[in-house]
Design a protein around this ligand. Structure first.
Ligand code: MN
Ligand code: MN
Length: 414
């Protein structure tokens, strides 16, 4: 069976075929005319101007948008790949905040690498911190507002969550440290500007430090005068020893501050992919942030859906993806994503994500909401009186009855 996309692509090749495609039967590419299908001559589609083949080649959907795209929308694309790294001995970090990515108002993103022994210094901040480990292992420490200390080692696929104001640290473990992505629940949050323990010590009179800690002022003769932010440290001992050292008589946290998302039971699963979810229902401490790890096999598609309770901030972990976002207007914009890229979809805007590569495609959607929520287009239309739906779409009721009525997550079922 020839798909509409193939038909449109074939039509775009020859002007003679253009008139054979009718908007009424295969989407609406020509009212108003937008897309390559409307080009009348070959010169129409060429691009003789100055350009970067490498950069342009990453965005085939921008070079020639699907004929069903319409209007104009703010870009839903950003990337860590071209974000400047702040490099120090012990690791580096780069970030994409709302300053760089205008629509990303609810979440800012940080990509960080720590060497084996590399330390992100003891600090805290106004925003909640959610993170996913993408490489290696890391030891995290945190103290919550109830005075409960916590130390844990996180591995690839694990998450952590630190409430706003909870002081914490991160340290890369052997053999090769770690890399991870942090999300703050505020598009303005800045990893290069946090409350650092060394800054506070250096900017407090030694006599005050002496009173505060009940020791002589000379104790603080060698404190660093500039903050450390990221620095090379020595590898910590075993986790049991660190846990014993921090606990003393303090209360024990009711719930862990980490969650093994990568190895968790899928929320949705089909032959072509899966969705794993972490929110405050299973990752109890994560009261401000929820997340869905989406894996799509070649040929699969993250089904048409939207999220009623939050914007979706996406981090593309592997593979090649193409996402279309639908808004009022109508507006429809298709954008390509590769590993290390960031996507963003405002709440309630319809979207789908296709795997357009020949390997598994994976991204994580992060939401500033305590619970993960989605509305599936097919689930809605199969739980609406068939006769009513049939009159809207000119599709017969028997066909509608064959549509998935169970929120597959990733299609096709096969
Ligand atoms: Mn932090
Ligand atoms: Mn989504």
């Amino acid at each position: 069976m020839i798909s509409r996309r193939n038909l449109l692509a074939a039509s775009a090749m020859g002007a003679a075929m253009v008139s054979s495609v009718k908007a009424a039967s295969f989407g609406n590419p020509d009212e108003p005319p937008q897309g390559a299908i409307n080009a009348k001559g070959l010169g129409n589609l060429s691009d003789p101007g100055p350009q970067s083949q490498v950069l342009g080649g990453q965005f085939p959907s921008a070079q020639s948008p699907p004929a069903t795209d319409i209007g104009g929308m703010p870009t839903p694309w950003a990337s860590f790949n071209n974000a400047p790294k702040r490099i120090q001995n012990g690791g580096w970090a780069r970030q994409v905040t709302v300053a760089d990515f205008a629509i990303s108002k609810e979440i800012s993103g940080v990509n960080m690498r720590l060497t084996a022994g590399g330390i992100r210094e003891l600090h805290w901040h106004q925003a909640a911190e959610w993170a996913i480990m993408t490489y290696g292992t890391c030891r995290v420490t945190v103290l919550d507002a109830q005075g409960r200390p916590y130390v844990a080692d996180v591995r690839e696929g694990d998450l952590w969550y630190f409430p706003p104001g909870a002081p914490h640290s991160l340290q890369g473990l052997g053999p090769d440290g770690c890399e991870f992505v942090i999300c703050f629940d505020d598009g303005h949050a800045d990893e290069f500007n946090t409350l650092l323990v060394t800054d506070w010590f250096a900017h407090t009179p030694p006599e005050v430090l002496a009173k505060n800690f009940g020791v002589p002022a000379e104790t603080f003769a060698k404190i660093p005068l500039h903050n450390l932010w990221i620095f090379q440290g020595t590898l910590p001992g075993d986790l049991i020893t660190d846990r014993a050292a921090v606990q003393k008589d303090a209360p024990v946290p009711t719930h862990p501050f980490i969650f093994p998302l990568g190895s968790s039971r899928p929320f949705k699963s089909s032959d072509t992919g899966s969705i794993q979810v972490a929110d405050s229902s299973n990752f109890k401490v994560s009261t401000a942030v929820s997340a869905a790890l989406v894996t799509v096999r070649p040929g699969g598609i993250r089904e048409m859906h939207w999220h009623p309770n939050a914007d979706e901030w996406q981090y593309y972990i592997k593979g090649k993806a193409r996402m279309t976002v639908f808004d009022t207007g109508p507006n429809a914009l298709t954008t390509d994503f590769n590993a290390g890229d960031i996507g963003y979809v405002r709440r309630n805007l319809g979207h789908y994500v296709e795997n357009v590569g020949d390997t598994d495609m994976q991204f994580i959607g992060v939401f500033r909401a305590p619970h993960y929520e989605e509305v599936s287009l097919s689930n809605w239309l199969t739980h609406t009186p068939p006769k009513l739906v049939a009159q809207h779409l000119n599709v017969d009721e028997g066909t509608i009855a064959s549509w998935p009525d169970y929120v597959p997550g990733v299609m096709p079922k096969r």
